[in-house]
Write a protein that binds this ligand. Structure first.
Ligand code: ZN
Length: 320
């Protein structure tokens, strides 16, 4: 991978960020454009004509057709927030512009909010990222591996299947030379059994995707699902991670684990694994578009429905 192309691309500097999003009015306008790119649309009846008025310091829009009243933030992930929009925008910028994954604790310090508020912000933003990544399918050449969070598998596969660990699947789409990774998917799975792998393949692999894996039995379901399947045989675990069909999946996995190091420190976090992993995937999959991160994530948040703190805390990893 052209690592340097990522590291040396021009991101959005803090000065530029402040110029674009440094006031509440600028953030309001940016969110308005993001939520209603072609102008206002009534969330109830989709009509465009509206009038607006102030109530309790907020701008309300009233549909001229059905009289439905709404605000810019209602019905979105911003709903019921008491934070200024510019705090949200700064959180969005910090969570996407820093090289390493920013923990809620660090976000708290930058934003000057309490820990619980920072946690809620980070998890809401991660939820929007998760929903954006939920429909991604991989095509062409796809390297797939099993992995675990909450413990290293020292020297190869010896850690496979330990019950203290969160099982996860990592998959990387590369170009035809297998020299360059394109997109990744990384998410928890219930287990590496036939049912889970079949369901995963149906959801994440385009029909023509060709897959490369090690010899784990459940991976044979990919061939059953009609995918060309190459099993990478290697004499040693080290050789296996260097094989062309396995190299990127290993590089990506170790980068994700390093990024989560300071964030995902205990098993208490395990129920949020899907969100943490989706955050890593969201950033990886947009690594060549650093300058667009704020508007793109803003759009993701604007189309993501409300999520209460309670719902965020009851997260479950297992949809299949
Ligand atoms: Zn209406």
């Amino acid at each position: 991978m052209a690592i340097n192309a990522v590291q040396f691309q021009k991101g959005l500097s803090m000065t530029e960020f402040m110029e674009s999003y440094g006031t509440e009015a600028k953030c309001y306008r940016a969110l308005y454009r993001s939520r209603w790119p072609k102008g206002f649309r009534c969330p109830k009846c989709s009509q465009r004509r509206r009038l607006s008025f102030f109530r309790e310091g907020k701008i309300y829009y009233q549909c001229r057709a059905c009289q439905h009243q709404t605000t810019l933030t209602s019905g979105t992930l911003f709903q019921a927030t008491r934070l200024p929009l510019r705090t949200w925008f700064l959180a969005i910028h910090l969570l996407t512009s820093t090289k390493t994954n920013m923990a809620a604790l660090e976000l708290k310090r930058h934003l000057g909010v309490c820990y619980r508020t920072a946690w809620r912000l980070k998890h809401k933003i991660m939820q929007a990222m998760t929903e954006r990544e939920a429909t991604r399918t991989l095509q062409g050449f796809v390297q797939i591996d099993d992995a675990y969070l909450g413990g290293e598998r020292n020297g190869g596969k010896s850690g496979r299947g330990s019950e203290n660990k969160q099982a996860l699947i990592v998959a990387v789409e590369t170009d035809a030379t297998m020299e360059h990774p394109r997109y990744m998917v990384i998410e928890p799975v219930r287990a590496f059994d036939n049912a889970s792998m079949s369901a995963w393949a149906a959801r994440r692999l385009a029909p023509e995707a060709e897959v490369f894996t090690d010899g784990l039995g459940a991976f044979r379901r990919f061939a059953d699902a009609g995918h060309a399947h190459t099993v990478i045989e290697a004499d040693s675990p080290r050789a296996a991670t260097q094989a062309p069909g396995a190299r990127w999946v290993n590089v990506v996995l170790s980068n994700v684990k390093r990024a989560l190091d300071g964030v995902y420190h205990s098993l208490k976090q395990a129920k949020y694994a899907r969100r943490y992993l989706a955050e890593a995937a969201y950033r990886f999959n947009r690594r060549f578009r650093l300058r667009d991160m704020v508007p793109r994530l803003l759009r993701a948040i604007a189309v993501c429905g409300p999520h209460s703190e309670r719902a965020l805390r009851e997260a479950s990893n297992f949809s299949y």
